[in-house]
Design a protein around this ligand. Structure first.
Ligand SMILES: [Zn+2]
Ligand SMILES: [Zn+2]
Ligand SMILES: [Zn+2]
Ligand SMILES: [Zn+2]
Length: 355
């Protein structure tokens, strides 16, 4: 058996402009840094299958296929519904996974990499307008100023209540007003996830001797316990020990904890064509049921997974009604086909620690 290297992802603070689409970022939160800027998914595609609210951008992973000219640039996007009540055990109805790819020579970006300068002009005039709140395609604008766009009535109301009311008439008069396509204004902050750069690096080979595996496992148990109780810091040591004692029955969970102890703060594991690191053996999920790619009819394979640690970084709250997951395993078209729409739907398995 050959051991394939796994890459792990961590979060770092980064100024928003450095996460602009022209830099092809991997990132969490804020607005999506779209790849193809023309053929964006429609608001109806980007709405929750349970409550119909607009889905909110969770994260994107830049993962080119080096040997495929059509996928010189390639990004996988994850969207999620903000409503905690739509988040149900092992159900993915509140998610949407999209894959987009471009050749090096394309209509949107220069052939050579951009300089890392904040002031560099990037003209968005040619491309569809983006929602002032969530950064998704927006068919309609504010009827007064006609300069600010929204994907939905819901996001227009949020913006109006959180500041647009005060500046609308000013914007109306201004001829130089330019919307902030990818930066997050104050009213958007109330609904978007906190923005981070996602930095991906090789996983260490061995458990580092400085990390106490048991400590890390306790920390994770505590986090899960906190989420379940909707409280923070009120779990006693005895309760924690009791809880930890019930865990060792789940061999998969033990393996999970042992492996993540190498990098306790990892939020992503990237292992293309590898296997997910499942969080529990006690769930009904099966990789045997992965549907074929609906565009080319080819096989899908595992590409990466989002870890529960991400929940700690994006301000989702810990009450039992907030969005939640154990792991999110993403399966994509193995050949990364180019047929079909610019943003192609891919497959997700959500595995929760059954409670
Ligand atoms: Zn929903
Ligand atoms: Zn919106
Ligand atoms: Zn307005
Ligand atoms: Zn395909």
């Amino acid at each position: 058996m050959t051991l394939q290297k796994v890459d792990v992802g961590f979060l770092e603070e980064k100024p928003s402009w450095q996460l602009h689409p022209r830099f092809f970022p991997s990132k969490v939160g804020g607005k999506p840094a779209w790849l193809n800027l023309q053929d964006l998914p429609s608001p109806s595609q980007l709405s929750c299958k349970k409550c119909n609210d607009p889905l909110i951008f969770l994260c994107q992973v830049y993962a080119p296929y080096e040997d495929d000219v059509e996928a010189f640039h390639r990004t996988i996007f994850i969207f999620i519904c903000r409503n905690g009540s739509c988040s149900q055990t092992n159900s993915t109805q509140n998610f949407l996974i999209l894959r987009c790819q471009l050749p090096r020579k394309n209509n949107y970006y220069s052939y050579e990499p951009y300089n890392e300068k904040e002031t560099e002009e990037f003209n968005m005039e040619k491309w569809p307008k983006l929602c002032n709140i969530c950064g998704c395609r927006s068919p309609s604008h504010c009827s007064k100023c006609k300069k600010v766009y929204y994907c939905s009535r819901k996001h227009q109301v949020i913006d109006w209540q959180n500041g647009h009311k005060e500046i609308c008439s000013e914007i109306q008069k201004s001829i130089t007003y330019k919307s902030s396509d990818f930066t997050v204004n104050n009213s958007a902050k109330s609904i978007l996830f906190k923005e981070w750069e996602l930095v991906v690096d090789e996983e260490d080979e061995e458990e580092s001797s400085t990390v106490d595996t048991n400590k890390e496992m306790e920390k994770l148990c505590k986090m899960i316990q906190d989420k379940r109780d909707g409280t923070l810091n009120n779990v006693s040591e005895e309760e924690l020990e009791q809880y930890a004692k019930t865990m060792p029955e789940d061999k998969v969970f033990n393996k999970f904890n042992k492996r993540i102890a190498r990098h306790p703060d990892q939020v992503l594991r990237y292992d293309r064509s590898g296997n997910p690191l499942w969080i529990t053996g006690n769930s009904g999920n099966s990789v045997l049921d992965i549907p074929k790619c609906q565009y080319c009819d080819g096989e899908r394979h595992f590409e990466f997974q989002v870890m529960p640690q991400l929940l700690n970084y994006i301000n989702v709250g810990i009450d039992s009604n907030s969005i939640d997951w154990g792991i999110l395993a993403i399966f994509t078209c193995k050949s990364s086909c180019s047929v079909g729409p610019a943003y192609k739907e891919e497959y997700i398995i959500k595995q929760d620690l059954s409670t």
